[in-house]
Design a protein around this ligand. Structure first.
Ligand SMILES: Cc1cc2nc3c(=O)[nH]c(=O)nc-3n(C[C@H](O)[C@H](O)[C@H](O)COP(=O)(O)OP(=O)(O)OC[C@H]3O[C@@H](n4cnc5c(N)ncnc54)[C@H](O)[C@@H]3O)c2cc1C
Length: 401
């Protein structure tokens, strides 16, 4: 049996940032329990992100593979450049850095430790059970943090997050070496290459780039041809058919799934909070999850440290985090879910219309798009309205209320 002030389940961006926040700001003892044998084994993500992560969370240059001043949107025919500076991280190296930095602040990182469930006393979470090196262990903490990503190892067991209304998606990418110099992050909205989702190519250092495809399962089923070969065949098709590159080698493959809703979920219970994708902090429009996961960790860490100082880790105190998230992010995430429902169901003409309109956004509007702060006027200017969309109104409104 081990005891800490705080036990974090899961060593992804959200759990590790939570540990860093507490490590830098306090003397509380923190353990991060990660089921993989190494933090770097979590290599699903493309690592595309923005200055709020790199500057806001002090991420060093050696884990940044590339950066570019703008984003390109493509439709089946249309092409537009948006003034949105961005970064591409080496995701496994980024996680290693977060872990090492947390350790320098006194955090204990335990790998190969799978959290199998919460330990509760009188309804309060007081620790977790883990499977470690073939044996079962108990680890106790005054506060437990679920940061286990889409698995939601604790939130699902405690019934804190009902996933029935969530949308599910998958993504797969190849990291390629060859001749092509994408000077921007590129997103392609075209059902031929990514039915019900988007395809992307992100720069990844000298002569290297990441090419991938993702979709929302519901929209994939509506837009796919009957006899396709699954996500692998779409990535290969793009790689083989686009004359802009000449690929020498595929040096890595990354893949994973995402589960997202409007993020208004229970984030705190007695003795526990949840951060990152364990409680669907991922943004439902483009599936950006690193920045929101780390932001949720920052918000939660402030509240948890305050609760420990007060000696009261009940839901009454910890729910200050949930309230802050719901106030600051909730309304934006609801709108993004609605925009996503439209975007991934557009026909080819609408995809091109959306791309052309996006290309007309001002620098200020592009910045609001990056921050998920588009106004109603911005959104209307982006939307290529068709009469066929009218019957969708009740479904869309469900995401607003
Ligand atoms: C293909 C793909 C591409 C993506 N590209 C981007 C991108 O370009 N930019 C972006 O911002 N986001 C991207 N995302 C989303 C982003 O990666 C996630 O939203 C983000 O990693 C969430 O962070 P997290 O810490 O909440 O969860 P995770 O990164 O999922 O980390 C959770 C950790 O918990 C561990 N764990 C799980 N269960 C247990 C358990 N029972 N016990 C102990 N440990 C456990 C896991 O091994 C993992 O290390 C992408 C996702 C996918 C699938």
């Amino acid at each position: 049996m081990a005891e800490y002030d705080i036990v974090v389940a899961g060593g992804g961006p959200a759990g590790l940032q939570f540990a860093r926040e507490v490590g830098y700001a306090s003397e509380y003892s923190v353990a991060v329990l990660e089921r993989n044998d190494s933090l770097a084994d979590n290599d699903k993500s493309t690592g595309g992100t923005f200055h709020q992560v790199v500057d806001g969370f002090d991420i060093p240059d050696h884990v940044v593979m590339d950066d570019s001043p703008d984003v390109i949107f493509e439709g089946p025919e249309a092409h537009a450049r948006l003034d949105i500076p961005n970064y591409v991280l080496d995701f496994p190296k980024f996680l290693e850095y977060l872990g090492e930095d947390a350790e320098r602040q006194g955090v204990e990182i335990v790998t190969g430790a799978e959290v199998t469930g919460p330990i509760q006393e009188n309804g309060t979470v007081v620790g977790v059970e883990t499977r470690h090196n073939g044996s079962t262990k108990e680890t106790y903490g005054d506060v437990v943090v679920d940061a286990t990503g889409p698995a939601g190892a604790l939130t699902t067991r405690l019934g804190m997050w009902d996933r029935s209304a969530a949308q599910r998606g998958i993504g797969k990418e190849f990291e390629a070496v060859g001749e092509f110099d994408p000077d921007s992050m590129l997103f392609k909205f075209d059902h031929e290459y990514a039915p019900g989702g988007y395809a992307w190519v992100f720069p990844a250092g000298d002569d290297a780039f990441k090419v991938g495809v993702c979709w929302v399962n519901d929209f994939y089923r509506r837009h796919r041809p009957p006899d396709d070969g699954g996500i692998d065949s779409y990535v290969r098709k793009w790689i083989d058919s686009d004359s802009r590159w000449d690929i020498d080698e595929i040096r890595d493959v990354h893949a994973g799934q995402a589960i997202s809703d409007n993020s208004i979920n229970q984030r705190a219970t007695d003795g526990m909070v949840a951060v990152g994708d364990a409680v669907s902090s991922i943004n439902p429009l483009f599936g950006e999850g690193i920045r929101p996961g780390m932001e949720s960790a920052e918000m939660a860490a402030d509240v948890v440290m305050d609760a420990l100082r007060r000696g009261d880790t009940s839901r009454r105190v910890l729910s200050a985090y949930e309230k802050r998230w719901n106030r600051e992010k909730g309304p934006k995430w609801k709108t993004q879910r609605m925009v996503g429902e439209l975007l991934y169901d557009f026909n080819a003409e609408q995809q091109d219309g959306f791309v052309r309109r996006a290309g007309r956004l001002s620098t200020e509007q592009a910045d609001r798009l990056q921050r998920y702060e588009l106004t109603v006027t911005d959104l209307l200017s982006l939307y290529p309205f068709k009469l066929k969309d009218v019957p969708k109104a009740p479904t869309l409104l469900r995401h607003v209320w």
